[in-house]
Design a protein around this ligand. Structure first.
Ligand SMILES: Cc1cc2nc3c(=O)[nH]c(=O)nc-3n(C[C@H](O)[C@H](O)[C@H](O)COP(=O)(O)OP(=O)(O)OC[C@H]3O[C@@H](n4cnc5c(N)ncnc54)[C@H](O)[C@@H]3O)c2cc1C
Length: 465
């Protein structure tokens, strides 16, 4: 067994914390979600999570959840950051099973293991997330239709619950607490360690194809046809287009390339640019986004339709521009991500897009994915159907837009993704989430007073402010 490895710190969103990175002692700082909603809070960043988690406050990873999931309640502005606790504790090369502290970032996992022929079974669209954040949101990737969410691959977590116990959770040990923790948005306790199995890959390169699709019906057909042959699929659709071209876009599909087809060299380091300041709010105005959409649609179709691609360009295209959330200005943005159940069919997806376009929910990035079977997590987001995700600049009318989207979604039987949300109302959440009472009952078993709570749990679950 190698000695525990410690890793270079990953970039954190600009405002939070850089002054106190690694500090165990509490300090006031700005904490923000990726959509730039933020507050002043007292933060600790212990290197030893078992000691640091004795104080029952909300845990935070790298702050890549968009809304208020990683923000503490206003009346108790304290958080514990895990980013200084990032050691690899064990790795078994015969099975791929990795055990690590919860603050280890996905970027570090990829940096250490990809060139050795291993890759996480599920990855979200950014590598600047921690393992703890991946468990707490039960993140999904481009392969949900075949592999489910990250939680399906987690064999064990070590958890400090709100009442102070350190417990092992797995499918065998405390199974209901384990299920509530997958997708439980940090509300069942501090995740201290995570164990999951990496997958062997034939090469680190991606064999991909990009198709231009003219309308929504064709898009959904292609997505479903591709699912049978391609483990990774994702679509970008132009949410601003109305009429017959509604839902036109680009479908991207891929798989790890066979060694015989891949370059012999390892993928090179990608140079990254950084947005240096907050853009004026005007940058993301509707006209600008309409033009960006048209340009993107036109140019993606001109690129080669198939080839071998750098894995980071395929999995994490947005990571090429660090701090890109600053393009949305100080008012920030939210992402509306929902899943429309399969039973609602293409009409259901079209109804959601219509609300978005009719109510002026301009979005440059509107991503569509295929979701497979529901996982073990009591509150996990995916269900069989189509996930739609649209970035919305925060404006006075955003609350009314999200309300309208949620009312349509409830009628269709869908649900929103908590890791992206900051505008859903409690009554809408209850209506779309029949699993909530089960989750709250399990949480109460380990934290009757709801000591560990967040701005999100105050907003959606009736926690004390
Ligand atoms: C560009 C971009 C692309 C993304 N793409 C995807 C995607 O494709 N699929 C997807 O599923 N998600 C996606 N996300 C969302 C992201 O994967 C999740 O929000 C993830 O939880 C962020 O991890 P984090 O370490 O930054 O956690 P934070 O944002 O800091 O926290 C998220 C939640 O996890 C809890 N938490 C964090 N660490 C712990 C811990 N150790 N113990 C207990 N609770 C903890 C927090 O309390 C909070 O509720 C994307 C985000 C961005 C910015």
């Amino acid at each position: 067994m190698k000695p525990p490895e410690r890793h270079e710190p990953d970039p954190v969103p600009r405002d939070p914390t850089s002054a106190i990175a690694g500090a165990a002692s509490p300090a006031w700082t700005d904490v923000r979600g990726w959509g730039r909603l933020g507050m002043r809070a007292i933060e600790t960043a212990p290197q030893d999570l078992i000691v640091g988690s004795r104080h029952a406050v909300l845990t935070r990873g790298l702050g890549r959840s968009y809304g208020d999931a990683s923000l503490p309640p206003a009346s108790r502005p304290e958080v514990m950051s895990t980013r200084a606790a990032d050691r690899i504790l064990a790795f078994d090369p015969s099975t791929g099973v990795l055990r690590a502290e919860a603050g280890l970032s996905l970027r570090s996992v990829n940096a250490v293991f990809m060139r050795r022929g291993w890759f996480p079974p599920v990855t979200p669209g950014t590598q600047y997330v921690t393992l703890g954040g991946m468990v707490a949101a039960d993140v999904h990737g481009k392969n949900h239709h075949v592999d489910g969410g990250f939680g399906e691959h987690v064999s064990r977590v070590l958890l400090r619950t709100g009442d102070g116990h350190v417990v092992e959770c797995s499918r065998q040990s405390n199974p209901s607490l384990f299920a509530a923790t997958l997708g439980g948005m940090g509300l069942t306790g501090h995740i201290l360690e995570v164990e999951f199995a990496l997958r062997p890959i034939p090469s680190p390169w991606i064999q991909h194809e990009t198709l231009r699709i003219p309308d929504l019906g064709a898009f959904l057909e292609q997505l479903s046809a591709s699912a049978a042959h391609w483990p990774f699929t994702v679509g970008w659709i132009d949410c601003l287009k109305r009429g017959a071209a509604m839902g036109r876009g680009v479908l991207i599909r891929g798989r790890f390339a066979d060694a015989s087809r891949a370059p012999r060299s390892s993928p090179p380091e990608i140079s990254r640019l950084r947005v240096p300041f907050d853009a004026p709010n005007v940058v993301m105005r509707d006209g600008v986004m309409r033009t960006l959409n048209a340009v993107y649609y036109a140019t993606r179709g001109l690129r080669p339709a198939a080839g071998i691609e750098h894995p980071e360009k395929f999995f994490y295209p947005l990571d090429a521009l660090l701090d890109w959330n600053r393009l949305y200005g100080r008012r920030g943005f939210t992402q509306y991500q929902c899943v429309v159940p399969r039973a609602a069919g293409p009409d259901g997806v079209e109804r959601m897009l219509r609300v978005l376009t009719d109510r002026g929910g301009s979005s440059f990035l509107c991503v569509i994915k295929d979701c497979g079977a529901e996982g073990l997590g009591t509150l996990s987001f995916p269900m069989p159907g189509i996930s739609i995700a649209a970035d919305l600049p925060v404006r006075p009318q955003t609350q009314a837009l999200v309300d309208a989207l949620n009312e349509t979604l409830i009628a269709l039987g869908g649900r929103v993704y908590l890791a992206k949300d900051s505008f859903t109302r409690a009554e809408h959440f209850r209506a779309m989430e029949p699993r909530l009472p089960r989750f709250l009952a399990e949480r109460a078993r380990w934290d009757r007073e709801r000591r560990i709570r967040s701005a999100l749990s105050v907003r959606l679950m009736g926690d004390p402010p």
